[in-house]
Design a protein. Structure first.
Length: 229
């Protein structure tokens, strides 16, 4: 069996799993109210079936992250509640980053290589910029979540950014929000409404992190331009 056949087979299986989750509306059962109402039931089940539950959780997050299926926010809260802040953050990072890798490689395999080859001359300047500062841009966009997680995976696959850089910037970039919301899940009993999890101050903090990530690029360009004057 060729590598191409294996890759297409894996993509097909994951697509089928994603479709099953979405069209059976499995994500609709992962709600704030469910975990508030049935907290003891869920925790007891996890304690009795820890390994299976942990693997299922990581796998489910992988599918949700790879195909932008609704439910990532609720899954993050649930993870913090079920596994604790630190462990949940590790599981979420593993699942989300793995899902991002699949989307990234699929994008590059199906379209990225073709686009880069066809428009090599037109993209030369852009590719130089990505090679020099791509890690800062990915970090910034991950911190502020613009564009959405799934879309950024696809767009990054169309560029020449290398897989290693994409992986570590994704893992690091999603850490702040993941830890905050996993911690909120860990303190679920103290939260009255889902809206309590979001605030202007919190969102502003994510934006500030994004600006800090891209600040070295801005400074580099500023001093370079100043040196030419």
């Amino acid at each position: 069996m060729s590598n191409r056949t294996i890759i297409l087979f894996i993509i097909l299986i994951v697509l089928m799993l994603a479709a099953a989750v979405y069209f059976t509306q499995l994500h609709s059962y992962i709600t704030f109210e469910d975990f508030k109402t049935n907290s003891s039931l869920f925790k007891n089940y996890v304690a009795e079936n820890y390994l299976m539950t942990a693997l299922f959780y990581i796998g489910l997050y992988f599918v949700v992250a790879a195909f932008s299926i609704p439910g990532a926010f609720a899954l993050t809260i649930a993870g913090g509640f079920l596994f604790g802040t630190i462990i949940a953050t590790a599981y979420i990072t593993a699942g989300a980053t793995s899902g991002a890798i699949l989307a990234f490689l699929t994008s590059r395999y199906l379209a990225g290589n073709y686009i880069q080859k066809k428009y090599e001359k037109e993209l030369s300047g852009f590719n130089r910029e990505i090679k020099e500062n791509g890690k800062n841009y990915i970090l910034m966009l991950r911190f502020i979540s613009i564009p959405p997680f799934f879309l950024l995976n696809i767009l990054a696959g169309l560029t020449k950014i290398d897989l290693k850089t994409f992986v570590w910037t994704t893992a690091v970039g999603i850490l702040p929000a993941t830890m905050i919301y996993a911690n909120a899940g860990n303190s679920l009993s103290k939260i009255e409404e889902p809206s309590d999890l979001l605030s202007v101050r919190l969102i502003s903090g994510f934006v500030l992190l994004g600006l800090l990530a891209v600040l070295p690029v801005i400074a580099k360009k500023f001093f370079k331009k100043k040196a030419l004057i």
